[in-house]
Design a protein around this ligand. Structure first.
Ligand SMILES: Nc1ncnc2c1ncn2[C@@H]1O[C@H](COP(=O)(O)OP(=O)(O)OP(=O)(O)O)[C@@H](O)[C@H]1O
Ligand SMILES: [Mg+2]
Length: 161
């Protein structure tokens, strides 16, 4: 049994297409070894959003590298985009979320998963469980910062298979 960490974060519908997810595929392929399957599940009619493509690339790289590190024996990384509507009920349960239409970008893996004490700290700058010299602990705090800058929310969801 494995737990997958996924990271859906939402960006409000605006001007640009989130096609950078598709363009970044090649780049991502270069940072992950051959024993990891990279599976894009992309919504063809994704709503347009106002984002900096370089920042989206940064986010994807940070998440995919985390997935890679969690799966030294190999595995699967799914990159998914979708149009989602967050309703009043959802907004009521999630602090800082306004109801509305959002674009979701989710990265999930079937690696080691994250235990609860670690989950509470993943967005902290310099928090890492990796050996010295292996991780700075800045990957997810950077993701968090970028998503916050866009006025949106990043979270990890923990799904048990
Ligand atoms: N996909 C994942 N699976 C398992 N654990 C994860 C995953 N993503 C993050 N983590 C945990 O969250 C911690 C913080 O992640 P973060 O990306 O901020 O730093 P890092 O990966 O340790 O260092 P760096 O990003 O600089 O390489 C990791 O050390 C790891 O314990
Ligand atoms: Mg990282």
């Amino acid at each position: 049994m494995a737990r997958a960490a996924s990271n859906p974060f939402s960006l409000r519908r605006r001007i640009v297409s989130l096609s950078s997810a598709r363009e970044t595929h090649k780049l991502l392929r270069r940072v992950i070894p051959g024993n990891i399957d990279l599976v894009p599940v992309l919504e063809p009619n994704l709503q347009h959003v106002k984002v900096d493509p370089a920042q989206i690339q940064q986010i994807l790289i940070n998440l995919v590298v985390n997935a890679r590190d969690a799966m030294p024996q190999g595995g699967k990384v799914v990159i998914e985009t979708a149009n989602v509507e967050l309703d009043e009920e959802y907004a009521g349960r999630h602090i800082e979320v306004q109801p509305g239409h959002y674009v979701m970008l989710a990265v999930s893996d079937n690696g080691s998963g994250i235990d609860e004490p670690t989950q509470a700290r993943i967005f902290e700058p310099f928090f890492t469980t990796k050996q010295e010299g292996k991780g700075t602990g800045l990957g997810l705090s950077t993701v968090y910062g970028i998503v916050r800058q866009s006025g949106r929310k990043s979270s990890y969801q923990f799904v048990t298979f």
